[in-house]
Write a protein that binds this ligand. Sequence first.
Ligand code: ZN
Length: 272
Amino acid sequence: MDAPEMTKKSAAVLSEAKRVLFLTSAGMSADSNIPTFRDKDGYWKNFPPFKEKGLEAQDLASPWAFRNVLPHAWAFYEWRRRNADENQPHEGYFIINRWMEDKFDDAFIHTTNTDGYHLRSGCNSRQVREVHGSMWRMQCLNACSSDFWDEPAVPLCELDHDSMEAAGYPNCLHCGSIARPHILMFGDMEYVGHPEQDDNFEEFLRRPVDAAILIGSSGAVPTNDYIAAQLQGTGTAVININPDPSVNRIAQTEYFIQMKTLEALKALDAAM
Ligand SMILES: [Zn+2]
């Protein structure tokens, strides 16, 4: 089935659906020019000093990095905060928000993205779970409490682009030690999580979900794919939007729209 026909079929499913779950990943924000760093060439191009030192994205996105190569670790996140601030949520975010308000009785967004773009686009904060956290919140590096707080300032640190080192770090509001992004990093035992968002998601899942839309999953981080597969097993119709058909191997849904996020959401919106 070609993409236009699949779009029509998927739009028909969504027209009937009352409770809908959006499962968004890297491909959602890729259309807003947010780099994912799964693609190594893109990563080295943006961070040449890290290539010289052999520091990969997974090394820097870790509590280890904040303790051992702090100027580089904070530089990595400061660069990403500035990048996310320079770019904007694309029209697809607003299409989702409009559907959530007008088309469905109840809907929820479960995202693995940390750029905060769903909240920035104005979605209801009670209807989103940022399962890997957000670069716009901070917590204590030593997790001296389970507290976390909003930190919208851009710039937040000083950033030397030549050495890719930051200085003037934010501090924990409670103990004064270094603060870090409220993000689930690699090898992270200290991420304090977001119990309120977790509870809201759990509450949403208490009743049957008519349809789930899996958007821009990378396959490298299959958190959302497993949720989609599990829901599909209990009768939820799953629509998978991705330019790469090989990523459908976990959800294996019959509704697969082979397109990039923004063009697919526009096409669905026109067909609904
Ligand atoms: Zn602290």
